[in-house]
Design a binder for this molecule. Structure first.
Ligand SMILES: Nc1ncnc2c1ncn2[C@@H]1O[C@H](COP(=O)(O)OP(=O)(O)OP(=O)(O)O)[C@@H](O)[C@H]1O
Length: 317
């Protein structure tokens, strides 16, 4: 088990991370969700041992990890980090790149392993291509395969699918994360992609300004979001008075996602004027106005600009 306790971390004067702690069991997948610059990469670099953690500790299997000041080569042998600037050799082929991370002692075994890794990242067709001639997304897939080559116990992934097109992304995510589960490899992923975090992780750690904002299972996080910052990771969201939807005197406001609002035949407190409709494939996202505030709700058909509607809430699911 990995046990991370970061009391605080600063590059110079400015504190980047504070009071972040979690544990990770074998085969478990943790997603770090947070806006750009909130400290996700820094957290991965601390765990991997590229940065020195003065104020806190990291244990793996009861053993304290020493960090870069006490080890000759930064990084831990049982962990692999796929950083945003992936480090792959440009003037060698994809297969040679992967081969450089294998034993080199048993040629047939290595060849088989290279084919297996290429299959996981769907790069079989580029086996003999020079890395310098690959696209950004293809290089990212080689970096993922390279990280898997030596069967790490923990994989740290920094925005692993950021350069990969939607066409391939979903299938690749399924293949990689299923491969990790099957092989009991723990994984920490830094991501902006809430769909990826919800679908594949066991736990989500949401950061805000380098501190824990929310921590829990994807279902727990999605149901508990209460502020615009928290809800912002899951698409458009409305912050509306609770009193609109229930008989309460409280001035409390609640987060309501577009799919939780529905047009009402009866008069409600929420009378909106339609501004725009955006086709989303399975439905239309409506942008409407309520007393100068923008409200988003879903509709199965487009609504006309300037038409008035009453909205009611559906149970949050
Ligand atoms: N080597 C460094 N020296 C000084 N400050 C740094 C260094 N690396 C990162 N920072 C700063 O630390 C903060 C956190 O950066 P980090 O890269 O961890 O954020 P992030 O959440 O991964 O962002 P992104 O999603 O954009 O990759 C930023 O304000 C960044 O400017």
């Amino acid at each position: 088990m990995l046990k991370v306790e970061i009391n605080s971390f600063a590059y110079s004067e400015k504190t980047i991370l504070k009071n972040v702690s979690f544990t990770l069991k074998p085969g478990e997948h943790l997603s770090i969700l947070g806006e750009s610059g909130c400290g996700k990469s820094t957290l991965l670099h601390l765990v991997y041992g590229l940065l020195h953690l003065e104020n806190g500790s990291i244990f793996y299997k009861e053993k304290k990890l020493l960090g870069p000041t006490k080890t000759l080569i930064p990084g831990e042998p049982f962990m692999k980090l796929v950083a945003q600037e992936f480090n792959i050799m440009p003037f060698t082929t994809v297969a040679e790149n992967l081969g450089s991370h294998l034993s080199g002692l048993e040629e047939e075994k290595d060849k088989k392993r290279i084919d297996e890794l290429l299959e996981v990242v769907e790069m079989e067709a580029f086996k003999n291509t020079l890395v310098k001639n690959l696209s950004g997304g293809q290089k990212q897939r080689v970096a993922l395969a390279k990280a898997l080559a030596n069967e790490p116990e923990i994989l740290l992934l920094d925005e692993p699918f950021s350069s990969i097109d939607v066409f391939r992304k979903n299938k690749l995510q399924r293949k990689i994360f299923n491969y990790l589960k099957k092989n009991n490899i723990s994984c920490i992923t830094a991501t902006h992609d809430s769909e990826e975090a919800l679908a594949y992780s066991d736990q989500i750690l949401m950061l805000k300004n380098g501190a824990e904002e929310l921590f829990g299972t994807p279902e727990f996080i999605y149901k508990i979001v209460a502020t615009e910052y928290q809800a912002g990771f899951f698409g458009e969201a409305n912050l509306l008075p609770k009193s609109f939807f229930s008989s309460t005197n409280s001035s409390e406001e609640i987060i309501v996602f577009p799919h939780q609002l529905k047009i009402s035949e009866e008069k409600t407190s929420l009378e909106v004027t339609v501004n725009k409709s955006y086709f989303k494939g399975s439905h239309y996202l409506m942008e409407a106005d309520y007393k100068g505030k923008t409200i988003f709700f879903n509709s199965s058909f487009p609504l006309k600009k300037d038409e008035l509607y009453y909205l009611k809430i559906l149970e949050r699911d």
